[in-house]
Design a binder for this molecule. Structure first.
Ligand code: NAD
Length: 432
């Protein structure tokens, strides 16, 4: 099939590259001219395992093209995915300017039947607005269908998540669109759930809100564990073995971040408000997450007493491992608080250093974790990269001023580190 993807970020690039790999002819478009110029040369602006290889391969075999002309992308494709950003506005609502913009451009440049697929995460009823916008601005009476096809990939494992999804959601309102979309996804051989458009839109927000709820729930349990001397990892394991609960997203730590959960939760709360429902559960989930970040900072203070003039190493900047994405990363809030209180903060991340340097001006960027730890009064693990799990603890201990590890992601075994002579502070590991 001839496909266009409008918006070449984490979701758009992965979607485009994977559909090209499946044998389709794909055009990835974006209004960021510099990004497109780089992508055309095979320079990928984000770190996502395996993505660069798939892009280069499909550029070479001419199944994948990049353009900054949305107009030409619309003209060349029967199926057009919208994958632009939908960031949060000040009031928490999703900013749908990009979606509206793209819908208008599609309308003005369509020259035949098109399936317009909404892949960005959007409030329920956005597809209805997209349809109305296209109908308003369309030049000739071309036919089109709008489909809601929310994306569930996770940064860090995006290629695998896209090609092996638990389910593919297709919100459709015509048999033709259903047939086209089903055949596009058929080679993945994964379960496809066809719903009405509004249900599909809600499935995405409901799923992310539920996952965020699991994280805040286990973080709340971690607070109890600290008070009574229980270990939240054991509690989570015991809960997770219950198939009704499941193990995933039961990892206590410094709270969730990233480009999705915080903004999607805010958007969902505000959608509910507009519909006249006070989504109190989600407000509590959001507040618990903010609390958890402060809780980790308080733990550091409880151990160091005075932060001013202390040297503190922070390992991990990205909001999760295997990505360089720093959007809403809990590490950044923590670093800013520490710097504000007068600490010298030394940082290291395997992939996110270049992006962090652009805005984290007062931190000291180190070439590896040992350099970050050198002469530090405290070492904090803020992202659970494998590299940190497998470090040389003896070497690290020698370089630290004080062998204090704050494990904000609970990646270590407290007994193991204590046996190696470290003071260990985890989250919900019975430290209080
Ligand atoms: P991103 O910021 O990485 O990429 C968005 C891209 O859209 C950018 O390259 C931007 O230049 C481009 N863009 C914005 N307005 C445009 C316009 N008018 N015309 C053309 N291009 C335009 O965002 P992302 O992380 O890929 O997320 C995209 C959407 O997918 C969001 O709604 C997000 O919530 C959702 N989503 C993201 C993830 C994830 O893990 N990142 C997972 C599932 C869903």
């Amino acid at each position: 099939m001839n496909i266009s993807i409008i918006g070449s970020g984490y979701v758009g690039l992965v979607t485009g590259a994977c559909f090209a790999e499946l044998g389709n002819k794909v055009i990835c478009a974006d209004n960021d001219v510099k990004k497109i110029a780089n992508l055309t040369k095979g320079i990928v602006p984000i770190y996502e395992p395996g993505l660069e290889e798939v892009i280069k391969l499909n550029l070479k075999n001419k199944r994948l093209k990049f353009t900054s002309s949305i107009k030409s992308a619309v003209k060349s494709s029967e199926v057009i995915f919208i994958a632009v950003g939908t960031p949060a506005l000040e009031n928490g609502e999703a900013d749908l300017t990009g979606i509206e913009n793209v819908a208008r451009t599609i309308a003005q440049n369509m020259d035949g039947y098109r399936v317009i697929v909404e892949k960005s995460t959007v409030p329920v009823e956005t597809c209805a607005w997209v349809k109305k916008t296209i109908s308003t601005y369309i030049k000739k009476g071309h036919k089109f269908d709008v489909v809601s096809n929310p994306e569930f990939l996770r940064e860090g494992s995006a290629i695998n998540d896209f090609t092996h999804p638990d389910r593919i959601i297709l919100g459709v309102e015509s048999a033709k669109a259903k047939q086209i979309m089903s055949s596009l996804y058929q080679p993945l051989n994964r379960p496809i759930l066809v719903t009405n458009i509004k249900s599909a839109e809600l499935i995405k927000h409901a799923s992310n809100a539920f996952l965020a709820t699991k994280i805040s729930f286990i973080n709340a349990i971690s607070r109890i564990c600290d008070k009574v001397g229980a270990d939240v990892k054991e509690v989570a394991e015991g809960m997770g073995l219950d198939s009704r609960i499941g193990r995933h997203f039961l990892h206590a730590g410094i709270g969730y971040g990233g480009s999705c959960f915080p903004k999607d939760l805010e958007a969902f709360i505000s959608i509910a408000e507009k519909l006249g429902y006070d989504f109190e559960i989600l407000k509590a989930v959001r507040d618990a997450n903010e609390e958890q970040k402060k809780f980790v900072l308080q733990k550091i203070k409880d151990e160091l007493w005075i932060i001013k003039d202390k040297t503190i190493a922070v390992l991990g900047l990205a909001f999760k491992p295997n990505t360089d994405d720093l959007r809403n990363a809990p590490s950044i809030d923590l670093i800013r608080s520490l710097i504000q209180e007068g600490a010298k903060v030394k940082v290291y991340d395997p992939k996110a250093m270049d992006k962090a340097k652009e805005f984290l001006k007062d931190a000291v960027f180190c070439k590896d974790l040992y350099q970050a730890g050198s002469s530090a009064d405290c070492l904090i693990v803020a992202t659970e990269w494998n590299e940190f799990k497998e470090m040389d603890f003896a070497k690290l201990k020698k370089s630290l001023k004080r062998p204090l590890i704050v494990d904000a992601r609970n990646i270590y075994d407290p007994k193991f580190l204590k046996a190696k002579g470290f003071t260990y502070i985890g989250v919900g590991r019975g430290n209080e």
